[in-house]
Design a protein around this ligand. Structure first.
Ligand code: HAM
Length: 432
């Protein structure tokens, strides 16, 4: 026998049972994004390497260590996208979509980073992201955060302490550079407290030292000067106005002066929705403002802000907080030769009657008892049983699998009305 081939480390298959939760999140997110007027954009999984170097920053973990970069057949360097913002900006610039226009866009799909795999951290992971272009005031950050809060609420995550919002401001580039100089000065005086990685960062990207998870460095980090003290009046006012708007909207948040993010394109507001329920990988959704990126990629100065959520992490939270949603509503049990043909016809009639009704037919042999076991395992709410006698008079027996109710035998038309009404109710509940 040939040796079997396994998936790559950190890249996972997602099975139908898990996908039910993925689809629920994707459908709910699409609905929420659209309810704020965001339109979907799709762009390639592979881009020129230069795009990511120029946008994410040469001296970042992503660009230095984590990108899947290859030469194509013509020896051009290309990279599997490690995130969506760079590709989205490239696409809107190339198509002229932000020429004299404001835009609100969303996207989803796989991203690739060669990180050390652990719980909640994969090498192929999936994001849902939104990007906005043309809005300079804090109202857009506030909209992004209200929209994400609405999503958590729809997904059953609100009010249970699952996600906490942390916000910070990085100010404008000039303010940040002045601050970086102060940081270098401070940490240079405390070099003996820095680990190897932070010593490297001191020379190349001192802000990232603030981000260190090394508990032994917590004290030296907490004594570091804060960026807030180095901010201009405009940057402070922007940040204060955002906080006011969040409070007005009833969204609680924590100001975290150590939140700096691992991508270089941010300015002013940055934020993360974090959880303490997923081990070390606490960030479920992250983003901020990136007014400098568009000129950096060859466009006219345009304010921009967005966020991306990590599907794997969100799925883990949502699955823990909600009962599993079955993938099937009706399991059709068929016993007898006439019943097999009649049942197949009846199943099609059910699907004709309601696009929301998920009908699984039993195919193959099997006693009624064993078919009912399969019906139960499928998660279906109802088993519909057709024997040759029922087939002859176009009737069906309805067995309720999830609630105590009498089994009844009714004409097909009645069963169809009852089931389509129930499916319609369920659909309304799902989309509430
Ligand atoms: P990011 O923080 O690098 O930001 O990623 C966003 C989210 O993707 C994280 O909060 C996390 O949930 C998820 N994520 C990141 N890396 C992994 C991984 N290796 N495995 C599983 N999940 C992961 C960005 O990507 C920015 N483009 C966000 C943004 C959009 N900023 C403005 N617009």
């Amino acid at each position: 026998m040939a040796q079997s081939i396994k998936s790559l480390r950190g890249m996972y298959d997602h099975m139908p049972d898990d996908i039910v939760c993925w689809q629920w999140i994707e459908d709910t997110a699409r609905q929420v994004f659209e309810s704020y007027g965001y339109g979907e954009i799709r762009f390639p999984l592979v881009e020129r390497t230069e795009l990511f170097k120029r946008s994410i920053g040469e001296v970042t973990d992503i660009v230095e260590k984590e990108m899947y970069t290859f030469d194509d057949r013509k020896k051009r360097s290309i990279t599997l996208r490690p995130e969506g913002t760079a590709g989205c900006v490239r696409a809107v610039l190339q198509s002229g979509l932000i020429h004299n226009q404001k835009q609100r866009l969303w996207y989803g799909g796989p991203m690739f980073r060669y990180e050390a795999p652990q719980e909640g951290r994969c090498r192929q992971f999936h994001q849902l992201g939104v990007e906005t272009f043309g809005f300079s005031g804090p109202e857009i950050e506030s909209e992004l955060l209200k929209m994400s809060a609405r999503l958590w609420q729809r997904l059953g995550l609100a009010d249970r302490g699952h996600l906490e919002l942390q916000i910070n401001t990085l100010g404008q580039l000039a303010e940040r550079n002045a601050y970086k100089a102060k940081l270098v000065d401070y940490f240079s005086r405390h070099k003996e407290c820095l680990d190897e990685e932070s010593l490297l960062r001191l020379a190349r990207n001192p802000l990232r030292i603030l981000d260190s998870k090394n508990a032994e460095m917590a004290e030296v980090i907490s004594g570091a000067p804060t960026l807030l003290d180095a901010l201009s009046i405009e940057s402070r006012e922007h940040f204060e106005a955002l906080q006011q708007q969040l409070s007005d909207a009833g969204i609680s948040f924590q100001c975290n002066p150590r939140l700096v993010r691992g991508l270089d394109y941010y300015s002013d507001t940055v934020f993360e929705w974090v959880t303490d329920q997923l081990g070390a990988q606490s960030a479920v959704c992250s983003g901020g403002r990136y007014d400098g990126l568009i000129p950096q990629l060859g466009g006219r100065a345009t304010p921009a802000a967005g966020f991306a959520l990590g599907m794997e992490r969100l799925v883990a939270l949502v699955a823990a907080a909600n009962p599993i949603q079955p993938a099937v509503d009706v399991y059709l049990v068929k016993a007898g030769t006439e019943a097999a043909a009649a049942g197949a016809k009846f199943a099609e009639l059910l699907r004709d009657a309601s696009a929301n009704l998920r009908v699984m037919e039993h195919i193959g042999d099997g006693s009624i008892k064993s078919q009912l076991k399969k019906a139960d395992k499928s998660g279906a709410r109802w088993a519909l049983i057709i024997g040759d006698d029922e087939a002859a008079v176009e009737q069906v027996s309805i067995k309720h699998l999830r609630e105590h109710a009498e089994q009844s035998t009714v004409p097909w038309t009645e069963a169809i009305s009852m089931l389509t009404a129930a499916a319609h109710n369920d659909q309304n509940k799902r989309s509430m």
